[in-house]
Design a protein around this ligand. Sequence first.
Ligand SMILES: C[S@@+](CC[C@H](N)C(=O)[O-])C[C@H]1O[C@@H](n2cnc3c(N)ncnc32)[C@H](O)[C@@H]1O
Length: 181
Amino acid sequence: MNIQLILTSALLLAAAAPAQEKKQQIEKLAPYYPTPEFVVEKMLQLGGLKRGEKMFDLGSGDGRIVIMAAQKFGADASGVEMDDDLWKQSTAKIRSLGLEKTARIIHGDIFLQNYSAADLITVYLLPSSNDKVRPILEKQLKKGTRIISHDFEFSGWKPEKTETIDDDGEGRSHTLYLYRR
Ligand SMILES: C[S@@+](CC[C@H](N)C(=O)[O-])C[C@H]1O[C@@H](n2cnc3c(N)ncnc32)[C@H](O)[C@@H]1O
């Protein structure tokens, strides 16, 4: 190998490194565990989502909440997802349904987005993750924004309403918490 080739390879590796580092820095706030579709609908109903409103799903998985928000509720819906495959899969589904104008998945980190335009936020993360996300929401959300959390409360916030689904047909119960900033 001549010196020029060695230098070029070293430069290419150095250029690729920051992208890799950046990706590794995303903290996984919860594993992928989808919300059953009928619970998704209850979340959006409890959140009072209206046509034209902006909603964000923090950690959007296969995109089911975003897709239902756009398709059934007529909202302008965004998801944030760090996982490459889930991002690809959900983006492809949005495209196949022709929902690109009102639905999108941001391939990135929940912590690095701007939620100040949101009318509704949905989350299905872990209790410790809610604690980590809470300061961003407290800082960014406009007055009146609703937040629906599936199964886990936000400590320090008082829910305006709580709804429990005792059995989803698979022996699993679900609790939904509605908050308003
Ligand atoms: C429990 S799943 C919920 C999926 C979807 N919201 C639902 O209810 O069906 C949590 C999702 O958050 C994603 N996630 C975790 N930490 C994240 C982060 N820091 N940035 C973006 N996505 C993240 C995971 O990859 C996973 O898909």
